[in-house]
Design a protein around this ligand. Structure first.
Ligand code: ADP
Ligand code: MG
Length: 557
């Protein structure tokens, strides 16, 4: 089914109750009926969070005039056998493979009956408004609680964090502690500090009021204290960290990973990619517990990474929700040819004039220099912008993220440094000012919008130089059913060989400097503004002087 076609026809995914009722009453013709049924299907497919009402299409007529039925929410599915499981899996298009695959859960309450989930955990979940599990949560929680290794791939923004945190916390609570300084039993690693902080906050929410559970993020300060023997790391039960900081403390023999029973690798493909793989390997070789259970999560798991993962796992279960390398189907994707570099700024200005530039917006560029340049350019346009890149201090990055989250910054300009994992609620639009260098980078960048079941838009600019680089992006768009986001001629561009793909990933395209306004003109404009300002000031001072003189004359008269 062409989901994109239906979405762009203006069908709203989040209907108000009244809209739904009016809509139901208006359904008379068979064509309308068919469309409503398709819409229902889209709702089901895009409703990771089960937030929409489970209206029963076949029974539409009986609903007319009986508005109370609108409030009835279908009970969560009961999963008692393989048949029920297959039905549920079909509904959210998942592929679950492996030997002896555990049954999924149909609700969080199932965790109480099947796994004796700690009641406090359940009440913490409900209190934080996590009422029903998302598909990845339905599948991966029982797999993890049955002590199975896991490779999980699910779209951006579909709730992977809780999918690994719930079983992690429960498993750690279930495993007996020999003393207060027993040692770390649960470890989560993530590629960036921002993401580690976010995971830690979710962990705190989940384990609230569990006084017997000590959790920490390995911040710079905590690492220093551990290294200087001010704090003993063994008092913690669960630690969240980036690889490098963790290895640093482990190498100093101040933190022991031999008690870790639960290891979670978030954004696994990144952590098995060049630049991280050695550190990940180091961590794995230090986790020597015989009962160690490993799980890895990402929205993209290329086959090379999967082969590597399979080789270090014991009889893993593999869960794929949706397509393996597709973007979330809550994102409307578009490719825009801008001709040349100058065309990109013009395209942004055109989007502004056509009211398509609706904040909050994130703009991704390929380098720090380019991110800084665009920041200055848009600052000049008096847009409410800020920038995050690796040269800014952790404190500055944290501040900008905070200001973006609470609406003080409308447009966030950045590099791939925050492309993964970071959960900004309600981002309307992601602009790839520069084409991302791989399909994975693209999926993660645009995954900053359309999260938690909300809809979002992603626009990717490209120039003549990018004709090859857009090929992987076109493939993602095809997989995600976004055929209307690109023109046919773009498809005719040559197919990429393996070497070409590799070369695009490794070498970023040399681009012309960002600016449509030549520096001399800018300087002249600035001088002119200063002159006007100066003359206003002089006039004011002159007027004041004149006034004072007249006053004096009046007084002497
Ligand atoms: P992912 O890791 O898959 O990209 P996150 O774990 O960051 O996604 O979750 C995306 C958003 O969805 C977060 O704001 C999170 O709090 C929310 N979320 C997660 N699980 C649920 C749930 N069961 N019900 C409602 N919201 C959820
Ligand atoms: Mg995540």
């Amino acid at each position: 089914m062409d989901i994109f076609r239906i979405l762009t026809r203006g069908a709203s995914l989040k209907k108000s109750k009244n809209d739904t009722i009016k809509h139901a009453k208006a359904q008379t013709t068979s064509q309308q009926r068919k469309e409503q049924s398709m819409q229902h299907q889209v709702d089901k497919e895009t409703d990771f969070f089960h937030t929409r009402k489970h209206t029963i299409i076949e029974d539409e007529d009986s609903k007319i005039g009986n508005e109370e039925d609108e409030d009835s929410v279908a009970p969560p599915p009961k999963i008692a056998n393989e048949e029920d499981a297959a039905k549920l899996r079909r509904s959210y298009k998942s592929k679950v493979t492996g030997s002896d695959v555990p049954l999924p859960i149909g609700s969080f309450e199932d965790l109480i009956s099947r796994f004796h989930l700690d009641k406090k955990l359940l009440s913490n979940l409900l209190e934080a408004d996590f009422v029903e599990p998302t598909p990845i949560q339905c599948e991966s929680i029982p797999i993890s609680l049955e002590q199975r290794d896991l490779i999980a791939c699910a779209p951006t923004g579909s709730g992977k964090t809780l999918a690994f945190l719930i079983p992690l916390v429960q498993a750690v609570l279930d495993s007996p502690k020999t003393s207060k300084l027993h040692g770390i039993r649960g470890l989560v690693i993530s590629p960036t500090n921002e993401l580690a902080v976010q995971i830690f906050h979710e962990l705190e929410t989940l384990s609230k009021s569990k006084k017997d559970l000590k959790v920490a993020i390995l911040s710079k300060q905590l690492a220093n204290k551990i290294n200087n023997n001010i704090i003993n790391a063994s008092k913690y039960d669960i630690i969240v960290s980036t690889p490098l900081r963790l290895i640093d403390v482990v190498k100093n023999e101040k933190l022991d990973l031999s008690k870790v029973e639960e290891l979670i690798i978030d954004e696994a493909d990144k952590l098995f990619d060049q630049g991280f793989v050695e550190q990940t390997d180091d961590i794995l070789s230090n986790c020597t517990h015989k009962k160690l259970r490993k799980s890895m999560f990402s929205a993209t798991i290329p086959s090379g990474v999967e082969a590597m993962a399979q080789s270090i796992m014991k009889d893993p279960v593999r869960v794929i929700i949706g397509h393996k390398e597709a973007a979330s189907n809550t994102i409307e994707q578009k490719l825009v040819f801008t001709g040349n570099e100058e065309g990109k700024l013009l395209a942004i200005r055109q989007m502004i004039s056509e009211s398509e530039f609706k904040p909050p917006i994130i703009i991704f560029l390929q380098s720090i220099t380019r991110a800084k340049a665009l920041f200055h350019e848009l600052l000049y346009d008096k847009l409410n912008v800020d920038v995050i890149h690796a040269e800014r201090s952790p404190k500055q990055r944290e501040d900008v993220i905070k200001r973006f989250k609470n609406g003080d910054v409308w447009v966030l300009i950045t590099t791939d440094v925050i492309a993964r994992g970071v959960d900004f609620k309600g981002v309307n639009l992601v602009i790839n000012y520069d084409v991302p260098q791989s399909a994975q980078a693209y999926v993660h960048r645009i995954g900053r919008t359309g999260r938690g079941g909300k809809s979002g838009k992603a626009v990717t600019f490209f120039t003549k130089e990018d004709e090859k680089a857009i090929k992987p992006i076109l493939n993602v768009m095809k997989q995600s059913d976004c055929k209307e986001g690109y023109s046919e001629w773009m498809e005719d561009l040559d197919k990429l060989s393996k070497n070409e793909k590799k070369s695009i990933k490794q070498h970023s395209i040399k681009r012309k400097q960002i600016s449509t306004v030549p520096k001399v003109i800018k300087q002249k404009k600035r001088q002119r503004a200063e002159m006007i300002e100066g003359s206003k000031k002089r006039k004011y001072e002159g007027d004041n002087k004149k006034e004072r003189k007249e006053k004096k004359e009046e007084e002497t008269e």
